[in-house]
Design a protein around this ligand. Structure first.
Ligand code: ATP
Ligand code: MG
Length: 353
């Protein structure tokens, strides 16, 4: 019996609606599977918690989380109560940074039953692996005054270790998929860091002769996400390029409410964190109509992370079947509630037993 202790942080807004939904799905999977057991320990850390305690989580919050196999998070943020920079840095970004979650992954695929904004979406299915700890988002730089002008300088920092581990992660992932990795570069315009990026990519790919590769400049690559998204399997990108590409990947699927994500720790010292792309959506909170698919697909990424890829695939197919059969929340053109979608997914999972 595989036993997994998961720290659960529903957070704010619809996080409090979609997390319980996804936990029901995970419990159903454990029930159907037999060899898997989850223990969920819930923490109320959120903007409401901040209003009571003056902080987003207790001072020993990270120590508490450290012992868990993974962190399963809903959404953080309620700008009416707490400014976003406080709520994000007090919880989400703190965990990402302190737990060395150096990789962010976001899948995007053509989802049956969804309206993609692409005229001809074909059958795309790819994952963007984003370097999550360095690159363009560095604190190095500053401002200088010269004559009557003011100059802002921002340095991008690419370490060989950081670049290489992101690329290796992408290649390992590709080995389990269609064995293809695309590198997002811009070495025709960025003078130092991107030629370095290309060099590390060329070196890492030597170790994976079974994986096909190609490399596109970020501008062309972004256009191909729209015109030829079926070209891609795994895309590896720096922090900034990955940030842009992952939002675009979500957009071509057709709804932010279904997009999943994971923040991966690679050194095994700390847990990884699984959270959907969408935020707390205060505009629909409390109505029972939040789309639970982003959170449930995120649970699938967690299953993959624990080596339960087969279960993960069954879950994804089940979600897609339910969507294709029209059992959908209003954001994707249906009339169903969060509960109805969740119950239908659980019902079909039980039928597979
Ligand atoms: P944040 O700053 O936390 O990212 P945001 O308001 O910028 O918050 P979201 O909370 O993701 O972004 O919401 C953007 C829009 O998408 C809102 O109109 C929201 O209602 C809608 N939305 C987001 N997630 C879902 C979901 N799971 N189901 C239905 N609608 C959603
Ligand atoms: Mg937002």
């Amino acid at each position: 019996m595989k036993q997994l202790e998961i720290a659960v942080i529903p957070g704010d807004g619809i996080g409090k609606e979609v997390v319980p939904a996804a936990l029901d799905v995970l419990r159903t999977i454990a029930e159907v599977h037999g060899g898997l057991q989850f223990t969920f320990v819930e923490f109320p850390w959120s903007c409401d918690y901040y209003m009571e305690h003056g902080k987003m989580m207790p001072d020993d919050g990270l120590q508490i989380l450290q012992g868990f196999a993974a962190i399963f998070l809903g959404a953080v943020g309620n700008p009416k109560l707490v400014p976003d920079h406080i709520s994000l840095w007090g919880l989400l970004l703190k965990i990402r940074r302190e737990f060395e979650q150096v990789i962010n992954i976001r899948p995007a695929k053509f989802f049956r039953g969804l309206q993609s904004p692409l005229a001809n979406p074909n059958d795309f299915d790819f994952i963007v692996v984003r370097e999550n700890s360095e690159g363009e988002y560095s604190e190095i730089g500053g401002r200088i005054h010269r004559g009557d002008d003011e100059i802002a300088i921002q340095n991008a920092v690419f370490t060989r270790k950081g670049t290489e581990r992101a690329m290796r992660y992408a290649f390992e992932l590709a080995k389990k998929r269609k064995r293809h990795v695309t590198s997002a570069t811009k070495s025709n315009g960025i003078f130092h860091t991107m030629p370095f990026w290309d060099e590390v990519f060329a070196q890492v790919k030597q170790d994976y002769p079974e994986v096909q590769t190609d490399s596109y400049h970020i501008d062309a690559l972004a256009a191909f996400f729209v015109t030829k998204p079926h070209l891609f399997d795994v895309v590896v990108a720096s922090n900034l390029f990955g940030d842009i590409l992952t939002d675009l990947g979500g957009a071509i699927m057709g709804s932010i409410g279904i997009a999943p994500a994971a923040n991966i720790n690679l050194n095994g010292k700390y847990p990884s964190m699984f959270e959907p792309v969408h935020g707390s959506a205060p505009d629909i909170y409390g109505k029972g109509i939040a789309n639970p698919i982003g959170q449930i697909w995120t649970a699938k990424l967690m299953l993959d992370h624990f080596g339960e890829d087969e279960l993960g695939s069954v879950l994804l197919k089940t979600i897609e079947d339910v969507t294709a059969d029209g059992i959908k929340t209003p954001d994707i053109g249906g009339k169903a509630t969060t509960r109805e979608v969740t119950d239908e997914i659980c019902r079909r999972l039980r039928q597979l037993a």
